[in-house]
Design a protein around this ligand. Sequence first.
Ligand SMILES: Cc1cc2nc3c(=O)[nH]c(=O)nc-3n(C[C@H](O)[C@H](O)[C@H](O)COP(=O)(O)OP(=O)(O)OC[C@H]3O[C@@H](n4cnc5c(N)ncnc54)[C@H](O)[C@@H]3O)c2cc1C
Length: 436
Amino acid sequence: MVVSVQAARGALAEIVGSAHVVSEPAALEGLAVDGATPRWAARPGSVEEMSRLLALASSERWSVVPRGSGSCLDLGAPPARVDLLLDCRRLDAIVEHTPADMVASVGAGLSLAALGAALGRHRQRFPVDPVGGASRSVGGVLATGASGPLRFRYGQARDLLLGVRFVQADGSITWGGSKVVKSVTGYDVPKLLAGSLGTLGVIAEATLRLHPMPPASGSWLLSFRTPGAAAAFVGAMLDSTLQPERLVVANAGALRAAARPAAPAAVAVSVGSIAEAVRSQGSELVRMGREHGAMVSDVPEDVWLELGAALAGPVRLKLSGEPARLCHWLAEVERLAGEASVPVSALGDAGSGVLWLSLGRAAADGGWLAGAVGTLREALSGEGGNLVVERAPRSLKDHLDVWGPIQADSLAIMKRIKREFDPTGILNSGRFVGGA
Ligand SMILES: Cc1cc2nc3c(=O)[nH]c(=O)nc-3n(C[C@H](O)[C@H](O)[C@H](O)COP(=O)(O)OP(=O)(O)OC[C@H]3O[C@@H](n4cnc5c(N)ncnc54)[C@H](O)[C@@H]3O)c2cc1C
């Protein structure tokens, strides 16, 4: 058992080397997690070092927060305390890439940009494009269950995760996926870890399913006079034989934030395929758009980054409902926000019914946000949907249930799994649904 701060620093340095331990108060303040300053940060350079760090943390009962690029550390309930920040960025190797099998195993600290560059040389890609994606680490993207517009065609990160090498709270190194170890037999471990917010284990390496880079692609923006017309067009697209890669509904606020021509609603679509198919699908969707009264323009690929940037506000919500009701929920949010003059930018994935909402600073004032979140959750509960507060100032989060209600039997299962994976509760404890 380590007894003093100096001894703790020494023990960490003995594992990762002194250059990879942060213990200076000013530097640690810059690494605060949702307002909680860590006591130490350490950057393991191998899975074995990560394992030894966790074994030490476990024996000391230190609370541990894994860190990737740091972009989503405020996701979930605020941590009560952070002892050790486990920075995964040195685990950034492409461990194995077998282009013929369309599979790659990579370190959790690798950024999506670096992964994309390496795969691009083989005309392949990992088609997951969450907001701010390029700098985000593979581990962080998986742990948050992230997705972006490409979800329409390829699913979310968890759907593309074939296996994980992860470190359990006590330091054991475990494989989940194709190779299963006795302590976790019976679970689909990759599915469990994806989206678990680092509460069950620290992902060290991930085996990813890849897709070929389409030889050609095109993007179009269709502006509509009413949200209803946009909804009708989306319905027609979903019923058609067209196979877009992305099909995203944007509201007036998102178009404004992306510096695109003003409209009450728009639909952004991309197609990726051989050049001939892109041309023929493009002309068919332009025809369908015009039939639904849209102004259609073809736009550069940058439009996806511009639209993503529209979600950069101080408050971000993720609403999940019936896909067919996406535009209904968008209208409901706009009505609530309009009553309080709160600016809202919204992007919705037509395939999954997930609607990302970025609210202006006015949402942070008074009790409006809590009231709006409560109203929406109550309405969503009728169709099994939910709403997560993904980002908000800490002062607001302290008075909000960021995850929302969960059925008692689901919560009991999640708590049992948490106890099994992390019996002493040192991993990101209290951050996930129901305090798991
Ligand atoms: C209140 C709440 C409870 C959750 N419970 C679970 C759970 O028991 N098992 C699980 O795998 N993931 C659960 N999740 C989802 C989990 O948090 C996500 O995997 C993660 O947050 C990443 O989001 P996503 O993009 O995968 O979410 P989504 O794309 O919205 O959903 C991913 C998966 O989680 C399911 N899911 C989403 N919300 C709920 C919910 N309220 N209750 C049950 N299932 C839900 C979806 O049906 C889907 O299978 C829950 C989320 C919330 C907000």
